[in-house]
Design a protein around this ligand. Sequence first.
Ligand SMILES: Cc1cc2nc3c(=O)[nH]c(=O)nc-3n(C[C@H](O)[C@H](O)[C@H](O)COP(=O)(O)OP(=O)(O)OC[C@H]3O[C@@H](n4cnc5c(N)ncnc54)[C@H](O)[C@@H]3O)c2cc1C
Length: 400
Amino acid sequence: MSTTDTTQEIQTVERTHVVVLGAGYAGAMAANRLRQNPDVDVTVVNPQPFFVQRIRLHQFVARTGEPQTGFDDVLGDGIDVVVDTATRIDAEARRVHLASGKHLDYDYLIYAIGSRHQLPDIPGASDHALSASDWTAAQRLRERLDALDAGAPVVVVGGGLTGVEIAGELAGRGFAVTLAGGGAVAPSVGERGYRATLRQLGRLGVDVLEDARVTAVEASRVTIETDGRERTLPSPATVFATGFTAPELAADSGLTTDGVGRLRTDVTLMSVDDDRIVGAGDATVAAGTSLRMSCQAAEPLGAQAADAVLARIAGDAPKPVDQAFVAQCTSIGRHAATLQFTRRDDSPARAVVTGRVAALAKEVVCRGTVWNIRREAAHPGAFSWLRGPEVTAEREPVLQ
Ligand SMILES: Cc1cc2nc3c(=O)[nH]c(=O)nc-3n(C[C@H](O)[C@H](O)[C@H](O)COP(=O)(O)OP(=O)(O)OC[C@H]3O[C@@H](n4cnc5c(N)ncnc54)[C@H](O)[C@@H]3O)c2cc1C
């Protein structure tokens, strides 16, 4: 609460404190957008003292790109940053407890803590699986890769778009990469995109074993099953890209989550348990939506989470989530990519661009994601996104 003394009257302005957990694509976008209302105080909590551009983590581990951007570059003036980790949300008290032992009280909470690697239930995985899925995991992987000889064998597990990106990047760096697809490679793109992806991986020397399933991991080798037979491959660094899961914070705080730990919200991104908690990004699943975990979805979700909070503060009804996908753009090394345009529901459309032009497009996309946040910092409310398809209660959420 603050008091403003004007010549004519004494005016009392209610201030609202919004705490944003996580300063990734969703959280940073939300924090900046909240500044449309000058009577809102925004505090962002994030474990790293900088913004991590997660979509460049495969470049970080291969030393071909830089994922860090200073908060002074992407967050608007007046936003408080607390470098810490939320450990528990006390919804009743409207309080967040932090790893440092401190706590923050809030009027509204935006839950945007992202996702991380989903560890598969495979013998040895908990000890030896590496990943590029989040900042901490990527640092560990980079250290391991740096210690290997040039041309060392590396097995990448998981044929989804993240696995393809990691395999391509590491092959471009000179490792002898095998991609164990687990049954499919790039399954979300159309036939032309799929063929182009395999061709581009082949040019980089990636050995694609589309059907290979990893059955055991050890420190310097993996066992795979392919064509009904088991084989052992040398792999002093085995990189898993077998899907994302959400952190336990929501579940540990007694909030309702889905099977992979995402905070369940209604169609306006409000937690189904508490009307002061609003979700955004990978860590959240809104009723009736089927949004792939992606920065493509996270930024519009962050903007809509902020809009929902601002509407509630203004006494208005928040709008249902309304956003669409445009494309799936997968880098394959530094000189090629597959740009698969999609329908609004993320299913592949006919148009596909490949090779160098697609690689350029991917670089524009990567820069664009940070540019969007920076622009929102300079002009709160400026970010816009593609709308639709209509939200219906029957649609099931999907993951990348
Ligand atoms: C190698 C790789 C390539 C990818 N490529 C693409 C791509 O091309 N296109 C695409 O759309 N998506 C891509 N993705 C997925 C994309 O990065 C994520 O979907 C996106 O980052 C989700 O955004 P977010 O804001 O929800 O979460 P994040 O960007 O993960 O941000 C969450 C933030 O919350 C912080 N945090 C975590 N726990 C806590 C806590 N307890 N308290 C406070 N803060 C916390 C994290 O440190 C992080 O800073 C890729 C992912 C990887 C790993």
